[in-house]
Design a binder for this molecule. Structure first.
Ligand code: IPD
Length: 264
């Protein structure tokens, strides 16, 4: 067993326990705890409770690792490994009772700035479907026991997904990008969980995905899934406040990248 596969196994075990807690709390009824960057950007009691559970389990298993989560204060740790965690990615879906939400847990080495770390392991667990997408660096990406591969052919155009941030002032720009990207699309999805969008690219359920302004915890596990499934992930405009993530099979990734770079 490699370090990476040990980290992956731990992440899978914790993500499943955390996801079951999220599912239970959803069935009991969701309580809004607060809003964050805008009135549309919500956090529920369950987001906080699930993150606390994940953090406690990680502390028991690997007390000296760092932690970067959506809902609590970061901790650098001393081992060089940091856990990047979104307890419920797709919180708005979760609050509305739409089943597209997921627990996302990744272990990364190095800087916790996306694009500068080396992801070692990642899991995206979807409690509503019971699906576990997981990867260890160098070992491939899997859905349960089944090895995943990104799509390579898109004769009818690419099935793409995207997302929009919570700040209404950014919507016009994002819609302008969508308009340009539609020239290569078969159709476009906006399902509401970046972690699942990336897992679906890895699984060949989507040909590509792009979104501006994601946070490290939205993309850490999913980006490793795509790379380990043979795809490509880029973060462009890194110095902007809303870098653009592009993911897909190599052809789709390159076409997407060409279109958005022509924009700037
Ligand atoms: C959000 C989801 C959504 C994406 C937003 C993210 P959250 O994460 O991933 O699909 O469009 O940019 O913030 O807030 O539900 O954890």
């Amino acid at each position: 067993m490699s370090v990476e596969s040990d980290l992956r196994d731990l992440a899978v075990e914790i993500a499943r326990e955390a996801g079951e807690l999220a599912r239970l709390r959803r069935a009991e009824g969701v309580h809004l705890a607060a809003t964050k960057s805008s009135i549309a950007d919500i956090v529920t009691d369950a987001d906080r409770e699930v993150e606390a559970l994940i953090r406690a389990r990680l502390r028991e298993a690997r007390p000296d690792d760092g932690f970067l989560g959506e809902e609590s204060a970061p901790d650098d740790g001393s081992t060089g490994v940091t856990w990047v965690v979104d307890p419920i990615d797709g919180t708005v879906n979760y609050a509305y009772g739409i089943p597209s939400y997921a627990v996302s847990i990744a272990a990364v080495r190095g800087s916790v700035v996306p694009g500068e770390w080396e992801a070692l392991a990642g899991v995206v667990y979807a409690p509503a479907s019971g699906e576990t997408f997981h990867a260890a660096r160098g070992d491939g990406a899997f859905l349960g026991e089944v090895r995943l591969s990104v799509t390579t052919e898109t004769p009818a155009g690419a099935l793409l997904a995207t997302g929009f941030g919570y700040d209404p002032s950014t919507h016009d720009g994002d819609l302008a990008t969508v308009r340009r990207v539609m020239t290569m699309a078969r159709d476009l999805r906006r399902a509401g969980s970046a972690a699942l969008d990336l897992a679906f690219v890895a699984a060949g359920r989507l040909d590509g995905y792009f979104e501006r302004g994601l946070k490290p915890w939205d993309l850490a596990a999913g980006a490793l899934l795509v790379a380990e499934a043979g795809g490509q992930v880029s973060l462009i405009d890194r110095s902007s406040t809303r870098p653009l993530l592009i993911a897909g099979g190599i052809q789709v990734h390159d076409r997407l990248r060409g279109i958005v770079e022509d924009e700037s």
